[in-house]
Design a protein. Structure first.
Length: 462
């Protein structure tokens, strides 16, 4: 049967339809804006019916697919085959690109790294559940101020407690927390090993998890955890452990913190503080140490610079308005101008401009993060493309051959997270074309979308 398939494949290569497209002609066909492949990639909504020649090539594609399947079966007999490992690594890189997970050249390089990545995906939901259990255990365990002396909790008939509080004793809650923290540390270390680097996120996660784990281990012996005795670290570390593993919060903080420290935002914040300091000094000169009817105003709100600044900051929040000005306003209504000017400039002008600057800075930071994510995705796709190019040394340099593409699709279609339509993958490229990097970058993200117009277009043509 292999001889027959090889004979059909040879005839297919010699057929006029395919032989008419030499490598140089293929390059010109690919670059032409009117070629069928480029039209399908860049204008998938245009329903171009396949010609009779293309329909005839579908049968040859099926024969080549059968031959590739036989070759893959031969490769699978050797579990250490570098060919299969390279295909699997390309599949995992495509999956990382779909999930917007940044990679480096050393990511998923070895079989152990790929196995670690697969284990992470298998244990993702169980570990997330353990994280939820770790956070929820605070609702059921004994309050931290009762750990050393039970009488500190007070009489239950007098001191109000949550309905579920103290239902989980410490001898059970601490081992439970240690199990949860060990699982989180294990997942973080596997992630760092699979990706080939210990980034900022993994480092922060490990620090929070190990600190909390060490505190629970020490608490088993001294009943309060790491010193000092007056601070119970375990409850305080829970928010940091949660943030280090919650990617949505990490993305928000990664965009918000740089936006807050933007030079334009810092300049306006300095202007706001300078205006408060100048107006507090002005109020101290106006109301401080006076003997007239404003003496009460100076004694209550402007006795010294610290009190003046604190009073004006409270006025900025409008929490003490209009009480702060009533003593001076009762003596003379002209004193209203002092407070009115401060509120208008600090609250309605400077503060709104500060908020606008922060919003603009945050928006720019989000755009930069999105652009960096897109560049990381393209780098990952290019890494996967280069792996597939190197699998066929007899093919054209810088292009994926149809044989390699079909072998890749055969392996990728068996992955649990595959959302591609395999028939569309094969119908997209016919044997007279190589697959260029441009085609790869256009087709791979498009076929990964379940609602892709390109996928629906190819399925409608059938």
């Amino acid at each position: 049967m292999e001889t027959s398939l090889q004979h059909d494949s040879d005839n297919m290569v010699r057929s006029p339809l395919i032989g008419a497209a030499s490598p140089s002609n293929r390059s010109s066909q690919i670059s032409k804006p009117g070629s069928p492949l480029v039209r399908q990639l860049k204008a998938a909504s245009v329903h171009d019916h396949r010609s009779a020649e293309q329909r005839a090539l579908a049968g040859h594609t099926h024969l080549l697919k059968c031959q590739v399947s036989l070759e893959l079966d031969a490769h699978r007999q050797d579990s250490s085959s570098e060919y299969i490992l390279s295909l699997e690594r390309a599949c995992l890189l495509i999956r990382c690109a779909q999930l917007h997970v940044p990679t480096i050249p050393s990511s998923l390089k070895t079989k152990r790294q790929m196995c670690a990545y697969k284990v992470i995906k298998m244990l993702q939901w169980p570990v997330d559940l353990l994280l939820l259990v770790y956070m929820a255990s605070y609702l059921f365990e004994v309050p931290s101020w009762c750990w050393l002396e039970a009488h500190r909790c007070g009489d239950e008939s007098v001191v109000m407690r949550a309905p579920l509080s103290s239902t989980l004793p410490l001898r059970l809650s601490r081992p439970l927390q240690m199990v949860c923290l060990v699982s989180l540390v294990g997942r973080t270390m596997l992630d760092a090993y699979a990706m080939g680097s210990l980034g900022v996120r993994c480092t922060a996660s490990l620090l929070a998890d190990i600190f909390a784990l060490l505190d629970n281990i020490v608490a088993v012996f001294n009943h309060y955890g790491l010193p000092p005795k007056e601070i119970y670290w375990s409850p305080l570390l829970r928010p940091f452990v949660f943030l280090s593993h919650f990617q949505s919060c990490q993305r928000f903080l990664g965009d918000a913190l740089p936006a807050m420290f933007h030079p334009a935002v810092l300049d306006l914040l300095f202007l706001q503080c300078a205006f408060l300091a100048i107006w507090a000094w002005f109020g101290l000169l106006l109301f401080g140490n006076t003997k007239d009817g404003t003496a009460d105003e100076g004694r209550e709100h402007f006795s010294d610079f610290h009190t003046s600044a604190l009073s004006l900051f409270t006025l900025f929040t409008t929490a003490n308005f209009p009480d702060i000005m009533m003593s001076a306003y009762t003596f003379s209504r002209f004193y209203f101008a002092y407070f009115c000017i401060y509120v208008v400039f600090s609250l309605y002008i400077f503060f709104n401009v500060l908020l606008a600057a922060m919003f603009t800075s945050y928006k720019q930071q989000v755009n930069r993060t999105h652009k960096a994510g897109q560049e990381a995705t393209i780098d990952t796709l290019q890494e996967g493309f280069q792996i597939l190019v190197d699998l066929d040394p007899d093919g054209r340099e810088g292009f994926i051959t149809l044989r390699t593409w079909m072998a890749f699709s055969d392996v990728y279609s068996k992955t649990p997270d595959c959302t591609w339509d395999v028939d569309s993958m094969l119908e997209l490229f016919d044997p007279s074309y190589y697959i260029s990097l441009e085609m790869w970058l256009l087709a791979v993200p498009e076929l990964a979308q379940p609602t892709s117009s390109l996928r629906h277009h190819l399925q409608d043509e059938k």
